[in-house]
Design a protein around this ligand. Structure first.
Ligand SMILES: [Zn+2]
Length: 328
């Protein structure tokens, strides 16, 4: 999981907890004004608590008796407080901190040091948000994939019918997800015209990995270059979201580059794109490229170095058939 994402979430936990403590303080003040006796009780309970700790530290003889006595006093004070609250129609937990998650008390971590489920959920939510995928994922996944949309008639000079081809592609994609954590240098290059299921397959893979708690970043080549330009040329020192987006280009578990080849290719874009993909390859991070161009066309758009270094490391999957008009 990405460090900067985790830091961001922990920061949210902290500020949420601070806010809750402030709200609690206000409620406590309110109750003390209303029923001054409760303030006395709270103070007494606090000092008895300190006295208990001292007894435990002293660890002298007949300590158990003393502690039992102190505990008894605390209990009866708590009872008195509860009665006062009830008499005044105040909910018994009104002066407690109102945690969103009682399991981890809004810290994200359980007492045994493990991540709380609410933390894992937050990670997935953040991942969805940053992956640019929030909207479409509910309806598109391997389960909703309908192979029968594809024709079983032979197509142009292709060996497989479009239907057989999609079955093959779906298998490769499912394998990609299953073996995602293996260091197998598996990267995918989807190519073919629009409307043939490239976006659908990207979504399926993204959803599966997000549900496993992976960080997936899904961006068009155009947006990626925009992120880089903003990061490099503008004053974004204070804008952490751009920094985060830039870092994720390199550190996300999966980067999906959509529409490669539609961006303006210059020496700058060439170098930057190469840089991202190459450093991901070096660090064993996986990438999926989706493009409307044939790899041959891409080789003309990008430098030889780019092409020979990068595309050799991708499994090329060709999408073909008649436009299904289901993607747009
Ligand atoms: Zn929790």
């Amino acid at each position: 999981m990405n460090d900067s994402v985790i830091r961001e979430i922990l920061k949210n936990y902290e500020s949420k907890l601070d806010q809750k403590k402030r709200e609690q303080t206000i409620r406590v003040r309110e109750i003390y004004n209303l029923i001054p006796r409760i303030e006395e009780i709270d103070k007494k309970i606090a000092s008895l608590g300190v006295a208990t700790s001292k007894e435990i530290l002293k660890n002298s003889g007949c300590i158990e008796n003393k502690i039992e006595q102190l505990q008894h006093q605390i209990q009866s004070l708590k009872q008195e407080k509860a009665i006062l609250m009830t008499e005044n129609n105040i909910p018994i937990n009104y002066t407690d901190i109102a945690y969103d998650c009682v399991r981890c008390k809004d810290t994200g971590y359980l007492e045994n040091g493990k991540k709380c489920n609410c933390f894992k959920q937050a990670l997935i939510r953040t991942a969805y948000k940053m992956s640019n995928l929030e909207r479409m994922l509910a309806k598109e996944n391997f389960q909703t994939f309908n192979i029968n949309l594809f024709s079983d008639e032979s197509y142009e000079n292709e060996q497989r019918t479009p239907k057989e081809n999609m079955k093959f592609i779906a298998n490769v994609c499912e394998g990609f997800v299953i073996n995602f954590d293996k260091d197998n240098e598996e990267n995918l290059l989807f190519y073919g015209t629009t409307g043939l299921g490239k976006t659908f397959m990207c979504n399926c893979i993204a959803k599966n990995l997000l549900d496993k708690g992976k960080i997936v970043l899904y961006q068009t080549a155009f947006n990626i270059l925009d992120i880089i330009r903003t990061y490099k040329f503008k004053d974004i020192a204070k804008d952490t979201s751009y920094q985060l987006a830039y870092n994720l280009l390199f550190s996300s578990d999966l980067l999906i580059i959509d529409d490669l080849g539609t961006e303006l290719t210059t020496a700058f874009t060439n170098t930057e794109m190469f840089n991202i993909i190459n450093s991901r390859l070096v660090n064993g991070k996986k990438t999926i490229i989706s493009t409307n161009h044939h790899p041959r066309e891409l080789s003309q758009m990008y430098s030889d170095r780019f092409f020979s270094r990068i595309f050799g490391k991708f499994i090329e999957l060709k999408f073909y058939g008649n436009d299904l008009r289901w993607e747009e």
